[in-house]
Design a protein around this ligand. Structure first.
Ligand SMILES: C[S@@+](CC[C@H](N)C(=O)[O-])C[C@H]1O[C@@H](n2cnc3c(N)ncnc32)[C@H](O)[C@@H]1O
Length: 257
């Protein structure tokens, strides 16, 4: 019996699963693209989709801006396999690259796209909080270099208040309650989604590769705070950095070169 390719179903479920943690995810992407439309000419828009997963930003961007081109980078072989399987090169408008942002030389892995001043925009969603503070600051410096002189970085991410405090606790409690409600009404969680991936023979090899990426205990930080991100962006050379959109601790941070 033919086993149908799992990409489409798993990506639809990825989007639904991410929506458990970011209930306003569609509105968030809409706000990112609105900002982009204001800041950059839509013609020949070249965008770096940083820590792209299966390509949520790239797919939406290429639909929304017919003249745009995207370079989608991530370290996870499973998510890259899904994205490549589902969208391929989108008629030459989409390039995928396996890149670990912990590698200081990652821009060189982008080939000609790794040259300074290549991109109009760097977009990222729900990803950079995975990086430890030093790697995050270095990533912002590299993005600053990769951007054109009037380029923009838009990071939609978990960007919490200072490490401790009632405001942070309140946001966390409200977010937890929303997540619990979604899962209680049948939504698939992150863990359940990865269990579905583990059951897919077509992804077995990629899943084996993935198991070496984040050895148990390697992510023992709590995630850099909003203030850390803002300072790191300014220190990376951006002229302005601040919140453009917010839902509890999910924010879009915009940085203008
Ligand atoms: C929650 S997913 C978000 C993916 C996608 N941007 C989205 O919103 O659907 C976080 C992503 O960050 C990527 N990531 C985490 N650490 C990374 C690193 N060191 N280098 C590259 N990608 C990384 C993961 O592989 C994963 O794809």
């Amino acid at each position: 019996m033919n086993h149908p390719e799992p990409w489409t179903d798993l990506i639809a479920r990825w989007d639904a699963q991410q929506g458990v943690y970011i209930p306003q995810r569609d509105a968030m992407y809409e706000a990112m693209f609105e900002a982009l439309a204001h800041l950059r000419p839509a013609e020949e828009l070249v965008v770096l989709d940083l820590a792209c997963g299966p390509g949520a930003i790239s797919r939406r961007l290429l639909d929304r801006f017919p003249a745009a081109r995207a370079v989608a980078v991530d370290v996870d072989p499973v998510l890259l396999r899904l994205g490549r399987g589902a969208y391929g090169d989108a008629d030459g408008r989409l390039r995928w690259a396996g890149v670990d942002l912990r590698d200081p030389d990652w821009p060189q892995r982008l080939g000609p796209d790794g040259a300074a001043g290549t991109f109009d925009a760097v977009l990222s969603s729900t990803a950079l909080h995975w990086l430890d503070p030093a790697t995050l600051a270095a990533t912002y410096r590299r993005c600053h270099e990769l951007l054109r002189p009037d380029g923009v970085l838009l990071n939609a991410d978990y960007l919490p208040h200072p490490a401790a405090g009632r405001l942070r606790d309140l946001s966390a409690a409200m977010a937890d309650e929303r997540q619990d409600r979604a899962v209680a009404t049948g939504a698939e969680s992150w863990d359940a989604w990865w269990e579905a991936v583990a059951a897919e023979p077509a992804l077995a090899e990629a899943l084996d590769e993935r198991s070496a990426l984040w050895p148990e205990g390697s992510r023992d930080w709590t995630g850099p705070t909003l203030a850390f991100h803002e300072t790191a962006l300014l220190e990376a050379g951006f002229a302005e950095a601040g919140t453009l959109w917010q839902d509890l601790n999910e924010r879009i941070l915009v940085a203008l070169k």
